[in-house]
Design a protein around this ligand. Sequence first.
Ligand code: FEO
Length: 402
Amino acid sequence: MFKTHGIVPITDGVYWIGANDRETDKFEGLWELPHGMAYNAYFLDGDKTCLIDTVKSSYMDDFLFRLSRLLGDRPLDYVIVNHMEPDHSGAMELIRRLYPGVKFVGNAKTAEFMKHFYGIEEGVVTVKEGETLDLGSRKLVFAFAPMVHWPESMATYDPDSKILFSNDIFGGFGAVEGRLFDDAADCGWAVSEMMRYYVNIVGRFARPALAALAKVRTLDISMICPSHGPIWRRDPERVIALYEKWSRQETEEGAVVVYGSMYGNTKVAADAIANGLSGNGIKTVQVYDISRANMSYVTTDTWRYRGLVLASCTYNLELYPPMAALLRLYENKNMKGRHIGLCGTYSWAPAALKEMREFVDRSKGGWTLVDPSPEIRSYPTAADIETCELLGKNMAEAIRDK
Ligand code: FEO
């Protein structure tokens, strides 16, 4: 097999030729990348040559070099466009210039995006759900996954190798050099980063994800090749089951306490709530300072655990801005089925608790409020601390595994 230039053989006639990014600080300008990011693209060699997805435009060099090494003097016949977000489609326009006869394969929605992103209207092959693309040596099948992550998102299945090229689905944060395969490295990190990717990128579309997973369940899969993160071949079933659990918004015993505090006084209240939780048997209590925590970790733990407590100060007659941003994110993610506790503080005009209550009300039962909701002036009194501990105790009882 061909083993140079960063090309990684996956199985006969299938190669990884993607890119690893250790320079970008935040994916989508929002989500921190402490382990970098991978844009996976795959080359299928055979009677026809075929690329599955491309890479982010700023990472084209290595990718195009790898592609050219594999093609040699042959033309590139097809590019399958599973998803048009620029982290996967960024090299399309240059590929069209380098390989003028190439055909871009996607669905009707994909064609709209191709036109508006890159002005590509010629050489587009539009496929329907379940349609096949005959490459001679193999026939690929397309399964649409609308809204996982965009309306045009789809997956490509190779019945011959039983590989599912799933694009964003089953993808995770993290560069993959030296750890492309889940059975060749310690992949504990990868599962955590797959969940963080799921919650922050796909989570809002949990219901469409379940519909896509139902299609996945009809396929005989030996290996999942996503467009981010490692290739899952040790136990694809485990990965599918995790995705189903997250998409059903199933939670675990545990709580997240998030506080917003300018001078540490609200932090005192948050600590009392956290102590109330741990003192009443909750072994996992994750405490975040919203002024410093990266939101993507807060949202991921919130998705995972059954309980959430928000403790926030008031700022200029309104909820403390970082806490307001977090609530906006929770609403965007459409989280449901969790318990929530609230604690507001103020010195001269109470607003934090009121705004957080309005957030709970807007969820129309999505969050179950646990009492009491302490409202504290300036610095917690001994009685306030007792109320905070009681909130922690009541939350512990609400979220404990039954
Ligand atoms: Fe990895 Fe929705 O793009």
